[in-house]
Ligand binder design. Structure first.
Ligand code: DGY
Length: 436
């Protein structure tokens, strides 16, 4: 019964966030445009009850692809002054191959579109019809991966770099703090908009925004040229989540090309990427911490913190069974106390853990969704079920928010979730978890 109500409420959230231009905003006010990875998760939820909208969501995103295969992290379909930094700040037109149709940012987000297509195929009742849709769009995703392997892997390690914390998806993680220490950006004058929608204690600080803007200014100065960025950006990181998503999407593309048939050459290329990336991924495993971690390519040092991204390689089938066991032990020991919901975004035993602040501790439903399937993949059924149960309980208790306190009791008498309300991917992915 509660499940039925939750599913209906989730659909209401998604319907209210749908825009005429053919996409769904993540959350009213706070995020008024199309975000790349949000759109993918949203399409998964939509596939359960409105396959036409799910297809449109992906189609609209892919329509904004650049001529070099790049897919931007935000597509500014129309003007909206409730968000900063907007189209005028990012100036995607600086890049010679950027979309002529759509203004966007000049950075990307985790490459999930490949596995999203596969999920849509899994969910669709009319498989033939969905395969036709996939046939029409799959090469764009292939071109996107080709962009990564051509431009984002300067040392040919099979590990892509990101040049901005917003490319990671885990925007304000403490993982970036040591990189900020290597930078000294000017104090920019600008008007924050996010803190007019959300309590400032749940968002990044002004100084953190200076770093974020500074990285964009550097990229803009070089017209978003990948080669220059790789040479000079103070932020150049190999992120386990970003790379695990690429590997998961590679895997999906191989399976989908198999279903479609006749694309042997492309499949072979992806298989080679996959081999290289899985091998390269070993670099990100920290045996002492028992987890995958980030690597700071600019300063040539590992960033030794455990985050929910540390466990995301399970979703892509990257660790062997031995490493998978180590990951689950670390997860349970550090994140899995009886007083906590799984899975905090940052190590709760670390001094930098903050249960309320954007990616510095709270639980995120998209990460839980990936961990649920990742743990199932390795047959950790009990732990997977716990993550699913915790996700449902959090949404039922705190509402369709962007992120959630991992503490079962946080002392707040009128407890709610944090960040943006009526948050689309929380709604979309809970539909999947409940229907599955
Ligand atoms: C924000 O504005 O915080 C967005 O998450 C950037 O992607």
């Amino acid at each position: 019964m509660i499940h039925k109500t939750l599913i209906n409420d989730a659909k209401k959230v998604l319907n209210a966030n749908f825009q005429e231009a053919g996409f769904t905003i993540p959350s009213k006010g706070l995020y008024p445009f199309q975000w790349k990875w949000d759109s993918g998760f949203i399409a998964i939820g939509l596939s359960y009850y409105n396959i036409a909208k799910a297809k449109l969501e992906v189609e609209t995103l892919l329509n904004a692809q650049w001529n070099n295969g790049f897919i931007p992290h935000i597509i500014f379909h129309k003007e909206n002054d409730s968000y900063f930094p907007g189209a005028d700040f990012h100036c995607s037109e600086l890049h010679p191959l950027s979309s002529k149709k759509h203004k966007s940012t000049g950075m990307t987000q985790p490459p999930i579109t490949g596995f999203v297509l596969k999920e849509m195929y899994r969910i669709a009742e009319d498989k033939e019809d969905m395969l036709q849709f996939i046939q029409k769009h799959i090469d764009k995703v292939y071109e996107n991966h080709l962009y990564f392997y051509t431009n984002r892997d300067p040392f040919n390690e099979g590990l892509m770099y990101i040049y901005h914390n917003w490319e990671s998806g885990t925007d304000n993680s403490p993982v970036w703090d040591d990189i900020w220490k290597t930078m000294d950006p000017p104090e920019y004058a600008f008007e924050r908009k996010d803190t007019t929608h959300v309590n400032a204690s749940q968002r990044p600080s002004k100084r953190e925004y200076d770093y974020y803007l500074h990285l964009i200014e550097i990229a803009k100065k070089h017209k978003y040229d990948d080669e220059k960025i790789a040479k000079i950006s103070p932020f150049l990181v190999q992120d386990p989540l970003f790379n695990a998503m690429l590997i998961k999407s590679n895997e999906a593309l191989i399976e989908l090309y198999d279903l479609l048939g006749g694309e042997g050459a492309k499949k072979l290329v992806i298989q080679q990427w996959q081999q290289k990336s899985k091998k390269g991924f070993k670099k990100l495993f920290d045996a002492e911490l028992g987890a995958y971690i980030h690597y700071d390519l600019r300063n040539k040092r590992p960033i030794r913190h455990i985050t929910s991204s540390s466990f995301s390689p399970l979703f892509a089938g990257i660790p062997d069974v031995e490493k998978a066991k180590i990951l689950t032990t670390t997860m349970l020991e550090k994140f899995g106390g009886e007083d906590k919901y799984l899975c905090a975004s940052f190590d709760p035993t670390n001094d930098k853990f903050n249960p309320k602040k954007y990616w510095r501790g709270p639980v995120w439903i998209n990460m839980n969704w990936m961990l649920y399937y990742g743990l199932k993949r390795y047959d950790y059924k009990e732990l997977a079920d716990r993550i699913k149960k915790d996700s449902i309980e959090l949404i039922d208790r705190d509402g369709f928010f962007e992120y959630f306190d991992c503490r079962k009791e946080n002392g707040e008498p009128n407890r709610t979730g944090y960040g943006g309300g009526n948050f689309s991917w929380s709604a979309a992915l809970i539909i999947d978890l409940l229907k599955n």
